[in-house]
Ligand binder design. Structure first.
Ligand code: TNX
Length: 538
């Protein structure tokens, strides 16, 4: 009898993760959904009960959701004992995964039980999506009884914004954070420095922003080419994101993508580089000089300030697309360095450069994140060199190279975040002929279906994918001038990515996703979020 019962429950669970009336708007798909008998009448909903005031932030999030979805005003009360009525928010720390939760709706009341406040927050987002229902009505009066158990597949689920190329005002970043939180993303990477702008206040070097953050001299300091975040603004943004259970990770790209810094402080570049034109705002093949002590002293100061602003344990320092032969290969100081160190090839300087920088990162108590560049590898295999240290995390990004990068990082014991060009580059067009209107670097199309049809673990056996800690969707902004364009490019592909990062492969299917997407699109439209209507899938 018990066996029969277990089989029945298993069958029911697997049935219910397929498109069905019970979970018709849930993105990302939860681990288990179990429909129960009856419904909960929302008119009876008067209060949210929390165990203690440490859950006040989550209760306030839920209170806003209830107001928005039902029109009702509910009180928040703190009480050790769960209440017999209303919604109970509780912590059950016995769960192994800090982000997991259980949500149960019965005719008597609603309980959300999180492993931590993060798990609870995700349970609240799921309840929000249940209240959205099929998206067809704006206010809801009842909820079907249901039980949901949910745990994320990956612990790192990120989006990257690029205010360096076009500045994004703080209130727009907050709007984007709100959207990320709804789909259970937990990290926002901010690409703060590049050829087109230096966007973070550094108190010791005010010229970085006075010269490096304003590339349009004719607009009175306004507009998408100009602007930077003060340290105070960043701290406020970090606090805002933390309330939405999102960690902000700063990125300062080095040694390439550094024109804005070199414009402010020309001595940071290699000597005798006048042959490479430097035009602020345009990508130029300039890099930092790897031989000058001044460069290391400067970044030591910068990293100290950045580390103090961001509580995140991680800092991203780029490492991509550095045109080293043209710079280090021709710079007398770098050639002298090569001689001193006995290097035969220019690319060996990269190990020296990041070796020194990485020590500074460690001294600040942070973990180094980098874009993985296979160009840095010396071939053939007999001379094989994978120059990344064990205690960094790499991002795989170049088109088609991810399986190779997984193999290499696995061998070297290095953690990996998956953001391959062919699925995660949300700056690429979503259909042929669609935006962006200028396509300087020949971007391929990434349809919603292509963004969705992706297993970040590449179907590998568990032990071969255990170092993959998550996914990241990238919104490079050379061609995005404001938040409306950013959300147009991000959505709905970010929902596909959210599901790749959160849901297990056995709970995912394109057919089911297409159905669950529709209520989400109505809701984004109701909220005035600009997104691309994926008319090709209907
Ligand atoms: C490559 S991805 C870059 C970015 C560009 C992007 C455009 C990476 C590590 N570097 O600097 O913005 O392509 O798609």
């Amino acid at each position: 009898m018990r066996l029969f019962y277990n089989c029945f429950i298993t069958l029911l669970f697997s049935f219910c993760t397929l498109p069905g009336i019970f979970a018709q708007s849930l993105i990302p798909a939860p681990s288990r959904v179990n429909p129960l008998k009856g419904e909960y009448k929302l008119q009876a909903l008067e209060k949210i009960t929390i165990q203690d005031s440490s859950l006040q932030n989550e209760a306030l999030e839920l209170q806003k959701i209830i107001q928005k979805r039902t029109g009702g005003d509910v009180k928040i009360t703190a009480n050790r004992k769960p209440a017999a009525k209303g919604i109970n928010l509780v912590i059950d720390s016995t769960s192994a995964n800090p982000e997991s939760y259980r949500l149960s709706v019965t005719p008597k009341g609603i309980t959300i039980c999180g492993a931590t406040s993060s798990g609870l927050f995700y349970g609240i987002q799921t309840l929000d999506q249940l209240l959205l229902g099929d998206g067809g009505q704006s206010l809801r009066h009842s909820l079907p009884a249901i039980e949901i158990e949910d745990t994320p597949r990956f612990s790192y689920r990120a989006m990257m914004l690029d205010p360096a190329r076009h500045f994004i005002p703080v209130q727009d970043v907050k709007r984007f954070i709100d959207l990320m939180a709804r789909y259970k993303f937990n990290a926002l990477q901010l690409h703060l420095t590049d050829d087109q702008g230096w966007r973070i206040e550094i108190k010791k070097y005010p010229k970085l922003t006075s010269a490096g953050a304003f590339r349009d001299k004719n607009s009175g300091g306004q507009g998408p080419h100009n602007g930077f975040y003060t340290q105070q603004e960043l701290k406020e943004l970090i606090r805002y994101a933390a309330n939405k259970h999102i960690e902000i990770i700063p990125e300062l790209d080095i040694p390439g993508h550094t024109v804005a810094a070199i414009v402010a402080f020309p001595a940071l570049g290699c000597a005798n580089m006048d042959t490479i034109p430097i035009q602020f705002g345009k990508t130029a093949d300039r890099t930092l000089c790897a031989a000058k002590e001044q460069v290391y002293a400067f970044y030591s100061d910068v990293l100290q300030e950045v580390s103090a602003i961001f509580p995140s344990k991680r800092i991203h320092l780029g490492g991509d697309e550095a045109v080293i032969d043209k710079n280090w290969g021709h710079c007398p100081d770098c050639r002298e360095l090569m001689k001193r160190k006995g290097y035969r090839e220019v690319r060996e300087i990269m190990g020296y450069f990041f070796g020194r920088i990485h020590n500074m990162v460690r001294q600040n108590g942070k973990e180094l994140l980098l874009w993985c560049e296979l160009d840095n590898i010396r071939m053939p295999a007999s001379e094989f060199l994978f120059p990344y240290p064990k205690d960094c995390t790499l991002f795989t990004w170049r088109m088609g190279l991810t399986p190779k990068v997984i193999e290499l990082t696995q061998k070297a014991g290095i953690k990996l975040i998956a953001s391959p060009g062919e699925h995660c580059y949300l700056d690429y067009p979503q259909s042929p002929g669609d935006l962006p209107e200028h396509n300087n670097w020949g971007m391929p199309v990434i349809t919603l279906q292509q963004a969705y049809n992706w297993d970040p673990g590449y179907g590998l056996p568990a032990d071969k994918q255990k170092l993959i800690s998550g996914v990241a969707g990238l919104l490079w902004a050379e061609a995005m001038q404001d938040i409306n364009r950013i959300t147009y490019m991000a959505f709905p592909r970010a929902l596909a990515l959210a599901e790749a990062g959160w849901s297990s492969p056995e709970n995912r299917s394109w057919e089911s996703f297409k159905i669950r997407l529709l209520p989400q699109l109505s809701d984004l439209m109701r909220e005035g979020v600009s997104f691309r209507v994926p008319f090709e899938i209907q």
